[in-house]
Design a protein around this ligand. Structure first.
Ligand code: PHE
Length: 455
């Protein structure tokens, strides 16, 4: 029998379980949908370089810091920061409160995109969605997102499913699926990559993705790359604090986090390699934005035997990956509500899902009914996306680095990252401290200020 590795306080029973659940949170629409479209919009390889720097010099240290905090306090994000804060007067818990807000806003647009994925799963079963004609695939996508009824319907289906997963079979189910899903997703991406790489536009696609044009490095691109790194690793808002609280005491945090970051990067690159050759073969625009995934994929699958079947599997796997990420987002809110107000997990979950349906609807309708309702020149969907990735997550990460690097004692950090001296991680700890005290916060600060045109 498999060991129970539930998300109830007590946590993941095995090291592998913790790794897998954490990967399940990291890997999601961020890899398949967001990474390619942001890379396309912001200049390809130059953006990739900014993204790599952000991931390893900022993202990874913040991820390690968050997991460490959660595991040390074994509590939801707000309680964790309260408990570990050196003085009750220092309001570090505000990072947690902002994190709860981020979880909400991310879910609002994430569930909508997940809804599109679900809709494509369904459509690939009921009709032929393959075409190499950009106009056809674009129209198909627009017909979906500009239909208020369908947008809401699919989003709510996603929400109910996430709610059911959290309340029922829960973590064990998630871990079991994620464990099988990630290798499958990898494999399928590889197959699609092979097909994409044998298209006439392959060289151009790869050049775009891997040969940097340094003039494309701008303040905006840096901010977006940083935001993507936070979004990808599920950091800056408490998801990793919450998941860290379920990690076992003897788990090697830095090395597990590194493995998560590398696997996550691999999935993103595979997705990019699947998409850009298609873009350059059939005349799609790399800058097509949020719709890029949905309009290009039907073209590469149109060139494959059993294309309709494979695109069905592809979107199905993507929807599973999205669910793992959404569960971790909602878990931030549920862990807080249930621990703070002593609510049963079930009530906390449905309370959160209900509220999310309300906020999420405003994102779902932002391509139809609310299309003309804009704030700061952005639809609500874009606004939630922008504010979370480019403001709230980097700020959250910034304060986490200040908390761990400057407010906590280095001895505490060392004790946590060496599992009280059991691991020979001394060099890692030294490197971590340099990153978390100086490098990461400074980089975030520079990028944020630069994007405000301070320099
Ligand atoms: N990392 C997830 C993805 O890339 C999104 C996410 C962000 C999940 C923040 C949890 C917290 O799809």
């Amino acid at each position: 029998m498999e060991k129970e590795t539930s998300l109830k306080r007590g946590g993941f029973a095995t090291a592998l379980g913790a790794l897998i659940a954490t990967l399940g949170s990291a890997i999601g629409l961020g890899n398949i949908w967001r990474f390619p479209y942001l890379t396309g919009e912001n200049g390809g390889a130059a953006f990739l370089i900014l993204y790599l720097i952000s991931t390893f010099l900022v993202g990874l240290p913040v991820m390690i810091a968050e997991i460490m905090l959660g595991r040390a306090a074994r509590a939801n994000v707000i309680t964790t920061l309260r408990r570990l804060s050196p003085s009750p007067r220092q309001p570090w818990w505000l990072i947690g409160a902002a994190g709860g807000l981020s979880a909400f806003l991310i879910m609002a647009f994430y569930t909508e995109v997940a809804g599109w994925v679900f809709a494509y799963v369904f459509r690939s079963l009921t009709s032929n969605i393959l075409s190499t004609n950009p106009e056809v695939t674009t129209q198909m996508f627009l017909a979906l997102v500009s239909d208020p009824f369908q947008s809401l319907l699919w989003q709510w289906i996603v929400l109910v499913l996430v709610g059911l997963i959290i309340t029922f079979g829960v973590a064990r189910g998630i871990e079991a699926t994620t464990k099988r899903l990630i290798p499958l997703l990898f494999l399928l991406l590889l197959v699609v990559d092979v097909r994409a790489l044998t298209l006439p536009g392959a060289v151009e696609g790869l050049t775009f993705l891997f040969k940097p044009d340094f003039s494309k490095i701008t303040a905006t691109a840096a901010l977006i790359a940083l935001g993507l790194a936070f979004f990808k690793l599920s950091i800056g808002m408490g998801a990793m604090i919450t998941y860290g609280s379920y990690w076992k005491d003897d788990q090697n945090i830095p090395s597990t986090a590194l493995r998560v970051a590398l696997s996550d990067l691999a999935v993103s690159l595979l997705a990019g390699i699947a998409i850009f050759p298609v873009v350059f073969t059939y005349g799609f625009e790399p800058t097509a934005g949020a719709k890029l995934l949905f309009i290009t994929l039907p073209a590469v699958f149109a060139q494959m035997p059993l294309g309709n079947f494979f695109i069905f599997i592809f979107f199905l796997l993507t929807s599973f990956a999205a669910i793992g990420a959404m569960v971790s987002l909602v878990e931030v809110v549920v862990a807080f509500l249930s621990e703070q107000f002593e609510l049963p997990r079930k009530s906390a979950t449905w309370l959160a899902i209900g509220a999310l349906a309300l906020v999420g609807s405003t994102a779902a309708l932002s391509n139809s009914t609310l299309a003309n309702f804009t704030l700061f020149g952005k639809t609500l969907f874009d606004l939630y996306d922008f504010v979370t990735s480019n403001v709230l997550l980097p700020l959250g990460g910034f304060f986490i680095t200040l908390f761990v690097g400057w407010s906590l004692k280095p001895e505490f950090v060392k004790e946590q990252l060496t599992n009280r001296g059991q691991l020979n991680n001394d060099r890692v700890v030294r490197l971590f401290l340099i990153l978390v005290r100086y490098v990461s916060p400074l980089l975030v600060l520079i990028v944020l200020l630069d994007s405000l045109n301070v320099f």
